[in-house]
Design a protein around this ligand. Structure first.
Ligand code: TMP
Length: 209
């Protein structure tokens, strides 16, 4: 059985991840690929419980926040992502490890070295094959997130925090331009989805060979 591909969606607040996740799911299913859609923080019951804590608890220390995220992630990876990939399914996750570098690293100021240590220890063997980074100026995304309502702790952060998150994501992209595909999320949706479809078609073709 050929191992499935692991895709992740990343970006700041209000950049259209949810809409494009549905588009990607549909795109792959139409091509006969079995897809498991998931998210972080969360994805499995214990990690969903931790998600509530992570998104709602005020006053969490950055270190505690990072460790809670990785506590959920280790279950997510071992209980759901790796088994699905082994079964030949594709996994599409709304956020993954890059978000920790962006939010806890860039946003909260924790060193990337510590995050790398956790990643090497807990998530080895589970690198995304392809990551879509939805990138847009902070004000645009924040406006959309606020219009949607139901604001979480991260969406309440200052523009400066979210700007650091954006810059950290862009740094990840500059370091790994082969894996991370940056999408200009301020463009009209039809153009965004055209860019996604083009990149996905290439991946499906390579996978089938
Ligand atoms: P979302 O489901 O709206 O994307 O919200 C999840 C929030 O969790 C988002 O604001 C970013 C945050 N987050 C981190 O801070 N670090 C992480 O590693 C992950 C996966 C998410």
């Amino acid at each position: 059985m050929k191992r499935g591909c692991f895709l992740t969606l990343e970006g700041g607040e209000g950049v259209g991840k949810t809409t494009n996740l549905a588009f990607i799911d549909d795109f792959l299913r139409r091509r006969g690929i079995e897809v498991v859609v998931t998210r972080e923080p969360g994805g499995v019951p214990v990690a969903e419980k931790l998600r509530e804590l992570i998104l709602d608890e005020t006053g969490l220390l950055p270190e505690a926040e990072l460790l809670l995220i990785f506590a959920g992630r280790v279950h997510h990876v071992r209980d759901k992502i790796l088994p699905a990939l082994e079964r030949g399914q594709w996994v599409v996750s709304d956020r993954f490890v890059d978000a920790s570098y962006a939010y806890q690293g860039g946003g909260r100021g924790l060193s990337w070295r510590r995050i790398e240590y956790l990643e090497d220890w807990l998530v080895a063997g589970c690198r995304p094959d392809l990551t879509f980074l939805f990138d847009a100026p902070v004000e645009i995304g924040l406006g959309r997130a606020r219009a949607r309502g139901d604001i979480n702790r991260f969406e309440e952060e200052t523009v400066a925090f979210l700007e650091r998150v954006r810059q950290a994501y862009l740094e990840r992209w500059r370091r790994e331009p082969g894996r991370i595909c940056r999408i200009d999320a301020s463009r009209p949706l039809a153009e965004v989805q055209e860019a996604i479809a083009a990149r996905l078609s290439r991946l499906v073709e390579t996978w089938r060979k």
